[in-house]
Design a protein around this ligand. Structure first.
Ligand code: MGD
Ligand code: MGD
Ligand code: SF4
Ligand code: MO
Length: 739
């Protein structure tokens, strides 16, 4: 197979990279002679032929490190690293199977134009001609992009730079909107920066851990293993409407009424104030407590208890539990909080509890949002979507000047406000304002809320580009132009995990056919687009890292002390902040660090803020026609999201049901005359689906649960959003179930 070299620039890049590797004394000459053999621009990593290397797992945000065993520079197997401060020798089934899913005949091996095989040259032309054509006709803002939390920091940086400053796109967002937007806004408003404060050591150092809207035994199994290593005989509370796998092994389960979290948290705060259990000393480091205390008058336990389905005594005991003087209390939340029409205020109600009890900045404490995808944190800081590169603000002229200077672009190329959020992009397509869409590493035709609407608006797009590793995803199949990407294991770069640790992934396999890394694809597109001279400063991810470091300098997420990829590998990952002024003891050894140990926050006056609002009404309450509450979430630790990856592993496939199933309380089922394992129809105002009923006493009466991994489930969900973060409310809508 010969491969067309799409441009001079890429050939040049290739040569530069080869020289780089040559300098490192590694094999390169064959690549120069025969680039096609390796997939364009995909050089084997600088490795000894039969050694091992390491790579951080590319699924969840835990960020376990895997030791990759090589033969002739290609991965043949992997085992979890024992010497990494994150996973300490453990991995979940997805990690163990990470290599297997790459070998699949569903991988994209050539670009496809209108479903037909084409070469890269034509693909690049098509991208540029179509998107430029749309922009000429309807204005620059008529093309948008939607990305992900699952590509590297360097990929994000290049994508965000090219799309916004090269193509002049204003509206770009990521699937992190479906996932982390609530935490981002909550932290920014309360702490002054999007800064999850913890380190995983805090799992082991708490006396009381509260998991609210989180099911780590399934969704973050290795974090959960860290909890199991806690030697302080901890009290573990799980606040979840379902008696989840996590709740079943916790000390205490609080089966609250869905979406009553905000009332519950205010009720706890009320009791803490009423009973004089506030940590007065810590209030000096905060702002707005008096107003908050007055606001709490409205939330006595008598009022709150019936709202959240708990007794007054239970509320009082829980309030005392989380405010015990001298005890270390940590709060951990995930999607049960974030995916809500009032997620931001709920997250802040957790933050408020930690501030008023002084449970922050000390071992075993914290208001801790667990992230979802392997590089959700990288997307939050370096994707140029909600934040300007490096956690800067689009609205701040100084920030714009700094970023423009470092990128070598004119300042007026940087927009003065962030663009549309995901749902606003969808709405703008519906209204005919956006006509071209570029989707990278996400599968919205399965995962987006109210999926039918997504499929419908597809018809309104003049041109859809999908860049994915598989050609068969629900979204790839809709594309006018499909671009085949290399995946985890086929490229180098940085991922940032939940505790802010930067780790690296390594290329240990060749990508199939003509698939290219996302980095190379973006470079090639920029080159063909024209007017993107500035992109040439970053021929490889290594050069991009230099600029990324410079961008981060002086920011809370400063990583200027990181030398290069090898530094990260040697030290065992590094958590931000890691400024170059940091002491060598912290930069040269594996460390576990938490934020706010000095009681100073990132706000202008360095104080953390109490932010609060009254709860708002449910977006779609149950009614006579749709009497049941539908909850959705993760089903098993062997399934990842829309299953494009985990569905390819023969082993993983044996570990979960193949067809969609509905968890229903046996009493509800009996009333509806539904038998265990019987086929049922679930309907909402948006549509109906079929699933196998599964008797689950773990689900409360009046509620049902569907795992998100089956393609049909978002036909039911209700498109409502948090007003501050615009995160979708995936975890509550009204449905009916029938035989
Ligand atoms: N195996 C596996 N692991 C994953 C993923 C995966 O797809 N598969 N995805 C990753 C990603 S991107 C993410 S974001 C995380 C998600 O991780 P989690 O958030 O832990 O997982 P979910 O199951 O989505 O939701 C957690 C819980 O929220 C509960 N919940 C629903 N409504 C409410 C409510 O009103 N209040 C409260 N308190 N709880 C409620 C649900 O019952 C559910 O048990 O997992 C990550 N890890
Ligand atoms: N009902 C309901 N819906 C939900 C949720 C829920 O709890 N309930 N959770 C939401 C959450 S938290 C999330 S994060 C989303 C996840 O939703 P998605 O992002 O749509 O899910 P994934 O299956 O992870 O899709 C990632 C895509 O990227 C591709 N890919 C993987 N690696 C690479 C790469 O290196 N390069 C490229 N170009 N492509 C790659 C994969 O093949 C896959 O098609 O789902 C959301 N949807
Ligand atoms: S817990 Fe997450 S990071 Fe660790 S092996 Fe499993 S999927 Fe990978
Ligand atoms: Mo997520």
């Amino acid at each position: 197979m010969t491969l067309p070299i799409p441009s001079e620039k890429l050939a040049q890049t290739l040569k530069e990279q080869a020289t780089l590797h040559a300098r490192q004394g590694t094999f390169t000459s064959e690549l120069l002679r025969n680039p096609g053999k390796f997939g364009l621009g995909q050089v084997p990593v600088a490795l000894k032929p039969d050694a091992t290397t390491t790579s951080v797992c590319g699924y969840c945000s835990t960020g376990c490190r895997l030791k990759i065993h090589l033969k002739d520079r290609e991965a043949i197997n992997l085992t979890p690293s024992v010497d990494y401060p994150v996973n300490l020798g453990m991995a979940c089934p997805k990690g163990w199977e990470a290599l297997a899913v790459l070998d699949s005949d569903e991988r994209g091996t050539t670009p496809l134009l209108n479903g037909k095989t084409t070469d890269w040259n034509s693909a690049l032309d098509s991208f540029c001609e179509n998107f430029k054509g749309i922009q000429d006709k309807h204005g620059k803002d008529s093309v948008a992009f939607i990305s992900t939390g699952q590509i590297t920091v360097e990929d994000f940086f290049l994508l965000g730079s090219f799309a916004k400053f090269g193509m002049g796109i204003r509206h770009g967002d990521g699937n992190t909107r479906q996932c982390m937007a609530t935490s981002v806004v909550a932290y920014k408003q309360s702490f002054g920066f999007d800064a999850p404060p913890y380190t995983y050591a805090d799992f082991e150092e708490s006396d009381t851990l509260v998991f609210i809207g989180a099911n780590p035994a399934i969704a973050h199994p290795i974090m959960w293993q860290r909890v199991m290593r806690n030697r302080r005989d901890p009290h573990i509370v799980v606040i979840d409407p379902r008696c989840t796998e996590t709740a079943q092994v916790a000390t205490q389960h609080v089966p609250l009424t869905p979406k009553s979290d905000l009332a519950l948290l205010y009720g706890l705060a009320h009791i803490i104030v009423r009973d004089g259990r506030v940590n007065e000393d810590y209030l000096d480091k905060t702002e707005g407590f008096e107003d908050f205390a007055r606001f709490l008058d409205d939330y006595p336990p008598e009022k709150v208890a019936p709202i959240c389905g708990q007794s007054i005594a239970e509320l009082e005991a829980l309030a005392h539990r989380v405010s015990e003087p001298g005890k270390r209390v940590s709060w951990w939340w995930t999607m049960g909080v974030n995916q809500s029409y009032e997620g931001v205020r709920t997250a802040q109600a957790i933050i408020n509890l930690c501030l008023m009890t002084g449970n922050i900045g000390k071992p075993g404490t914290g208001a801790n949002s667990i992230t979802g995808q392997c590089n959700a944190m990288g997307s939050r800081l370096f994707s140029n979507t909600t934040n300007l590169l490096g956690g800067h603000d689009f609205g701040n002229p100084d920030h714009r000047a700094k970023v423009a200077g470092l990128l070598g672009i004119r300042e007026d190329r940087i927009q003065e406000a962030p663009g549309y959020a995901y749902d606003q992009i969808i709405e703008a397509i519906d209204k005919g304002e956006i006509k071209g869409l570029w989707i990278i590493a996400t599968n919205p035709n399965h995962s987006w809320i109210d999926q039918k609407n997504f499929a419908r608006i597809r018809e309104k797009l003049d041109f859809l580009v999908v860049q994915d590793i598989y050609v068969t995803t629900e979204t790839s199949q809709m594309a006018d132009l499909y671009l085949p990407a290399a995946g985890w294991g086929e490229k180098d770069g940085i991922l940032i995990n939940s505790e802010r640790r930067l780790g690296i992934i390594r290329q240990v396999k060749k990508a199939p056919g003509q698939a290219l890394t996302d980095y190379r694809i973006i470079q090639a597109l920029a080159d063909r687009w024209g007017g993107c001279e500035f992109i040439k400063k970053w021929p490889t991810p290594a050069e991009a890292l230099t600029t990324i470091k410079a961008l981060s300098k002086g920011q809370p997420c400063d990583i200027s002390g990181i030398r290069d990829h090898n530094h990260l590998e040697q030290v065992g990952g590094i958590q931000w902040p890691a400024p170059e002024t940091e002491s060598p003891s912290l930069l040269e050894h594996p460390t576990e660090r938490r934020l706010f140990e000095d009681g100073k926050f990132y706000t202008a006056n360095q104080k953390a803020k109490f932010v609060f609002d009254h709860p708002s009404p449910l977006a779609e309450p149950t009614c006579e026609d749709y009497p049941l509450i539908l909850l959705t979430g993760r089903g098993t630790s062997s399934q990842w999201h829309t299953q494009t990856r985990t569905g390819k592993s023969k082993i993983l496939r044996k570990l979960y049901p193949q067809e969609c199933y509905l968890e229903i309380n046996p009493e509800d089922a009996a009333q509806l005359k539904i038998e265990d394992r019987q086929q049922v129809t679930i309907s909402s105002r948006r549509g109906e689906i079929k699933a196998q009923a599964y008797y689950a006493p773990t689900v409360q009466k009046g509620q049902v649960f569907l795992p998100m991994h089956y393609k049909e489930i978002n036909r039911l969900t209700h498109a409502s959003f948090d007003p501050h973060s615009r995160q979708p409310n995936y975890k509550y809508c009204a449905v009916n179930v029938a035989k």
